[in-house]
Design a binder for this molecule. Structure first.
Ligand code: FES
Length: 234
């Protein structure tokens, strides 16, 4: 047992044991208490710093372990996301839904959507390469687009007035399915894997991202370019 951990003695006991004055014993006791307090404070600070550093490292190395962005996010039931044709999209009403918890726009396209690619197999291949998910129960199509502009990272709003995403920072413009339309962005919007569970929940895998969808050309563009121009403002 260390000196600091022994039960404190009274000034009178100190005087009997050591022959010193009660006043000297009181001073010694106060110094001991101060030292103990400082040592415990330093240990507490060190403990907190170490815990925070370890938690940060684990979050960086294993982002899918937690329930936050970087892991699977349940964003609602399928019935919370009514499908629509691209020109009828209305944010958070039909066709397109912003889910900040997953930093995602959930896109739900109606079965009778018109596509630019006529060949069914080519269309399917292109959709799969761009992380589209087919709901086999009703033939509708789903996408989970990352809200972050691939130019310099601003959050891109969806514009009902022009049926597309228009970045307020430098004007990058993306179609309803995230395909690049114009502006300085180097590629189309990034997207996450999206799927459903047996209970009809919609799950966005924010740890599984596709950052490789290039500018489309006439053979790879999936959704026709919208004809409505975006007005000024946001
Ligand atoms: S950050 Fe979106 S266009 Fe620059």
């Amino acid at each position: 047992m260390s000196v600091e951990e022994r039960a404190p003695i009274t000034p009178q006991q100190y005087e009997v044991l050591h022959g010193g004055g009660a006043e000297a014993a009181e001073i010694a006791k106060q110094r001991l208490s101060r030292r103990r307090f400082l040592r415990r404070s330093m240990l507490a600070v060190w403990g907190l710093s170490t815990t925070a550093a370890i938690a940060g490292a684990l979050d960086f190395l294993y982002p899918t372990l937690g329930g936050s962005f970087g892991s699977a996010q349940t964003v609602g039931k399928k019935t919370d996301f009514p499908a629509a044709l691209p020109l009828d999209f209305a944010i958070d009403i039909k066709g397109i839904f912003h889910k900040p918890v997953a930093r995602t726009y959930v896109v739900h396209l109606a079965k009778n959507t018109t596509y630019s690619i006529a060949d069914a197999q080519l269309l399917k291949d292109q959709q799969e390469s761009e992380f589209w998910t087919t709901d086999t129960t009703d033939g509708t199509q789903w996408l989970a687009l990352y809200q972050r502009c691939v130019h310099l990272g601003c959050t891109v709003p969806f514009r009902d007035d022009c049926s597309s995403f228009k970045c307020p920072c430098h004007g990058s413009h993306y179609n309803v399915d995230g395909e690049f339309l114009d502006g300085p962005a180097p590629r189309s919007l990034d997207r996450f894997q999206i799927h459903f569970d047996d209970g009809g929940n919609v799950i966005v895998e924010t740890g599984i991202i596709n950052q490789t969808v290039p500018h489309p050309d006439t053979s790879t563009r999936i959704i026709p370019v919208p004809l409505k121009a975006c007005g000024a403002g946001g």
